[in-house]
Design a protein around this ligand. Structure first.
Ligand code: NAD
Length: 549
């Protein structure tokens, strides 16, 4: 690309179409395209083996191979070369499956013109290149492929599709902070990513985790955009992260790190710009430090710069438990939809932090029998139901569920495969994969965590008839009550808890009903239906605002 000379391997057996592509690309001088046509899969594999190909334009129907088989066989020989699918078949599932499988883009033959073709090639190369660096996280790949699938089904405007594939703004900082011992200064990487700036201020949590990277934060920011749009909140998505193990830091170290984070990103956060909240590894205390640092900087108290802060500093009633509570509201609706009552159902919860412990509490309060829970250290199972309040006491005292005497110890893997009505992964990403999805034995999968299910597993869930409450819906209770906290802060009002919960329930129930309706009428999986609901809102806002200049 740097040399402005791009070698395109055109895998196509129709001479008319070969001439068309050559003509369309032949008009471009900057960059210059060298098109090398081959008419079969075998010839394409042979050409790739000789190297020097920048991008492959692939027809799926060839004399020696058909449909997805063509893509998968070629991909095995082109792991580093971006592939753009071109298909005469206006077939949603074929193109979207190829995209899910790693194709960078798709083009429908009857709609190709020189602009869309050149742009698609350029973008495929850029995406592939970007994935090689900081963006190379499996989570970002997952978020992008989910989005591309939904964009394809919804026939999203091509300009908007390309705008939404990467965040509008991403900032990286190397943060030095003093350790408690001696003169030691440690430097860690920190991120703030704002995915969409057109929907209002941006909104999203901050994650402290030893493996967080730019790609992971970008994926979470993109999911925040869909979550806010699906629930009609006036925000674009954002997310922050620090690559650090918070468990290895003292409270004083955490405070110094958090204040330094706030100061590094002070130019792009603010109550009208971007409003952080807690996520994995951060809590109300961390939000209090951010609020204080920001307020000191501007010279007066600004509670609305963060949400999820302590109540005494302007936090909202119900925010701490909102994600778990919202998840259980939706689970109760899903049970009704599936023809059984949550009261008496069996439930399994992975993760026993903010989301998991509250989800378990409200599941139990709703009459469900929580038969297993887990955390990073262990998993415990009791077929008669676990005493959730006692488990919470144990974790308060000992930090982890280890040695808790209320059930038998199992592995996290066994936990996910237990027979139950409701399975709620509330820990981290990449838990339900092609590997274990066939052994899941639940009726409802309620994604409290962000990104717990891989693309391959998604397909199998649908085939198996497991009802999915996708993350952007299932865990949206947190950002909804964060929104309430922000609104209360801006107006200096305090709403009673009952009002907060009622309003949250109404928003979630409405979002579920719209998602379900779309899934049923368009025969879609619940995740694609939810993303399309969100995309339609973001897409039309983008169209209405236009593009400056
Ligand atoms: P948390 O740090 O409070 O809790 C995480 C829990 O997961 C802990 O119990 C931890 O021990 C457990 N865990 C970590 N690794 C594990 C593993 N390998 N196996 C099993 N358990 C493991 O985090 P949280 O705020 O509860 O967030 C959990 C998930 O929910 C994340 O994906 C987060 O992005 C998502 N989420 C959180 C909120 C919120 O309001 N906190 C809102 C929406 C989504």
């Amino acid at each position: 690309m740097a040399s402005q000379h791009i070698t395109v391997l055109l895998v196509e057996d129709n001479p008319v179409f070969v001439r068309l592509i050559q003509k369309l690309l032949g008009r471009s001088e900057h960059p210059f395209f060298a098109v090398e046509p081959v008419g079969s899969l075998a010839a394409a594999i042979e050409r790739l083996g000789r190297g020097g190909v920048d991008v492959v334009l692939l027809d799926l129907m060839l004399p020696d191979s058909e449909a997805l088989d063509t893509f998968y066989r070629l991909r095995a020989h082109a792991s580093d070369t971006p592939i753009v699918i071109q298909s005469a078949l206006d077939d949603v599932s074929l193109a979207s499956k190829a995209v899910e499988g790693g194709a960078q883009d798709y083009l429908l033959k009857d709609r190709i013109n020189s602009i869309s073709l050149i742009r698609s090639i350029h973008f495929a190369i850029e995406r592939k290149r970007a994935r090689g660096a900081e963006w190379s996280s499996a989570m970002f790949h997952l978020a992008q492929q989910q989005f591309l699938k939904a964009a394809y089904i919804a026939d999203l405007d091509d300009n908007i599709r390309q705008r939404l594939l990467f965040p509008e703004r991403a900032q990286i900082a190397a943060l030095p902070f003093k350790r408690d011992t001696g003169d030691q200064v440690e430097t860690v990487f920190a991120y703030r990513v704002q995915h969409v700036l057109t929907m209002g201020p941006t909104k999203g949590g901050i994650r402290y985790h030893p493996e967080v990277d730019l790609g992971e934060v970008a994926a979470l920011a993109m999911w925040m955009t869909w979550k806010c749009a699906l629930t009609n909140l006036p925000y674009g998505g954002a997310k922050g992260g620090v690559r650090v193990d918070p468990g290895a830091l003292s409270s004083a170290e955490l405070e110094r790190l958090t204040r330094r984070y706030t100061s590094a990103f002070i130019g792009i956060i603010g109550p009208d710009k971007d409003i952080p909240a807690p996520d994995m590894g951060t809590d109300a205390q961390v939000m209090a430090w951010i609020m204080d640092t920001y307020s000191e900087h501007v010279g007066f108290s600004v509670p609305s710069v963060v949400t999820g802060k302590p109540i005494v500093l302007g936090g909202s009633l119900g925010r701490n438990e909102a994600t778990g509570r919202g998840l259980v509201y939706l689970v109760a609706e899903a049970c009704r939809h599936m023809g059984f009552d949550i009261n008496g159902a069996t439930a399994v919860v992975q993760g026993f932090g903010n989301v998991g412990a509250h989800a378990a509490t409200f599941l139990a309060e709703s009459g469900a029998k929580v038969i297993a829970v887990s955390d990073v250290a262990t998993a415990i199972y009791n077929r008669n139901g676990l005493p959730i309040e006692k488990l919470k006491d144990h974790v308060r005292e000992h930090r982890f569920l280890t040695d808790c005497p209320y059930g038998e110890v199992i592995t996290n893997r066994e936990l996910l495969e237990l027979s139950c009505d409701i399975l709620a992964p509330c820990a981290l990403q990449n838990q339900i994969t092609a590997d274990n999805v066939g052994r899941l034995s639940c009726r409802i999968l309620a994604e409290g965590a962000n990104g717990p299910t891989t693309l391959e597993a998604d397909e199998i869930l649908k085939e198996r008839g497991i009802f999915l409450l996708p993350d952007i819906l299932a865990n949206a209770g947190g950002v909804i009550v964060s929104y309430f906290e922000w609104v209360q802060g801006l107006q200096n009002l305090m709403w009673p808890l009952e009002e907060i919960n009622d309003r949250m329930r109404a928003i979630l129930t409405d979002a579920l009903a719209r998602t379900l309706q779309r899934a049923q009428t368009q025969h879609l999986d619940m995740r694609s239906a939810a993303v399309i609901e969100a995309l339609n809102r973001v897409g039309s806002a983008n169209q209405l605002r236009g593009l400056f200049p």
